[in-house]
Design a protein. Structure first.
Length: 387
């Protein structure tokens, strides 16, 4: 069996998470198999908070006032050069920090790589963002002093310095399910970009520590933000940074039985630019919820996605029946199949992103109930409101 899989998941534009599983169907469930695997999810919108809080061996990490970790990338480096070297990924991260929209020049890029390598060879995991900034500011060439000035906001004393200090520990990522919530960073696209790159770097380090004995899955939710847009537009450079990072990380994931996946809003997010096209072309599994038929026709006519006429016709039929089931079409190489997921109301309530459902959960969670009990009370209240 092939465990080394990258996947692309499209959430669709007409679907919701309204699902139901009948009680008698539980008799057909397989016994759970505990292989020690880890799942890492980057999300924005708290869709996974209830799920994470159900388990004692999970972590929910958000960038609110309680964030107590450092995103300094150097302690998470296990190898700088070679086929598995993280040096190029760290360079990409620093380029994004210094010049998120217009990038750096070729000479700046080359000198940054040289300086980062020299600092790593000298200090190893004791290297810091602040030390690199200081070295740039002391450089004999003005073009590198300019890089130092642009990076000062991430150094000690800078507006984002507390997130990259060496006075705090790195995120330990010890949970079986780790959810990193980015909602608090939505209004700062630059910082959100750098945080995503830093988190991916640390997760990659954790995955490599586990070797091939432990399977892992990394998911980037709301990935449409980083895959949709014109390469020459305001977000062009940001999209390119994320694309470089994801492709480099996914290539490394394959070597340690890890999987990587991105989740977008619709099919066009993955076909509108080179980043999405590259990710789509290099994923073994592609999963689609219900699509707008006109989008399916557009993808077919532009040949942005390869499928047979019959498969495109099937794709248009995929749908969700609220309160009953949700369908998903799964592609693997030339094969495809439509599957149907049904869950009981309490599980649906936990997973639901419906605004009314989330308010009900918040109401009972605020009264001190755990996730499961809150879901039970929320379902009962919803039933009463129907009569």
């Amino acid at each position: 069996m092939n465990f080394i899989v990258n996947c692309y998941l499209n959430s669709g534009v007409q679907t919701g998470g309204s699902l139901l599983r009948e009680p008698h169907q539980k008799d057909f469930e397989l016994e759970p198999f505990d292989d020690g695997a880890q799942v890492f999810i980057l999300d924005s919108g708290r869709s996974y908070q209830n799920l994470a809080e159900m388990f004692t061996d999970s972590q929910f990490i958000s960038f609110d006032g309680n964030f107590k970790y450092s995103l300094n990338p150097f302690p998470s480096i296990h190898q700088w050069t070679g086929d598995d070297g993280q040096g190029p990924m760290i360079l990409t991260m620093f380029k994004a920090m210094a010049a998120p929209k217009h990038g750096v020049s070729e000479v700046q890029r080359a000198e940054m790589m040289t300086m980062l390598t020299d600092m790593w060879n000298e200090l190893g995991q004791q290297s810091t963002v602040t030390l690199f900034v200081e070295r740039c500011l002391q450089h004999q060439e003005d073009y590198m002093r300019q890089i130092g000035k642009q990076l000062m906001i991430f150094a000690e004393g800078g507006v984002y310095g507390h997130l990259f200090t060496n006075q705090r520990p790195a995120i330990d990522f010890d949970g079986r399910l780790v959810v990193v919530e980015l909602e608090e960073l939505q209004n700062d696209l630059h910082l959100q970009l750098v945080v995503i790159l830093g988190i991916i770097n640390q997760i990659q380090h954790k995955i490599f520590q586990g070797g091939t004995a432990r399977k892992s899955l990394f998911l980037l939710e709301e990935a449409w933000q980083w895959m949709a847009g014109d390469k020459d537009g305001d977000k062009g450079a940001l999209i390119e940074f994320v694309g470089e990072f994801l492709q480099a990380a996914f290539r490394k994931f394959r070597k340690v039985r890890a999987s990587g996946g991105v989740i977008t809003q619709n099919l066009m997010d993955a076909t509108g630019n080179a980043v999405g096209q590259a990710i789509l072309a290099n994923t073994d599994w592609k999963l689609f919820l219900g699509q707008d038929p006109s989008l399916v026709d557009k993808i077919k006519n532009t040949q942005s996605f390869t499928a047979t006429d019959a498969q495109f016709k099937q794709m248009k039929s995929v749908h969700t029946k609220k309160g009953s089931y949700s369908e998903i079409m799964i592609f693997h190489k030339q094969m495809s199949e439509i599957c149907r997921l049904e869950l009981e109301p309490e599980t649906l309530m936990i997973f639901s992103t419906d605004a009314d459902d989330r308010e009900l959960m918040k109401k009972y969670r605020g009264r001190g109930y755990g996730v499961k009990k809150a879901a039970e009370y929320a379902v009962e209240e919803r039933k009463r409101s129907l009569y």
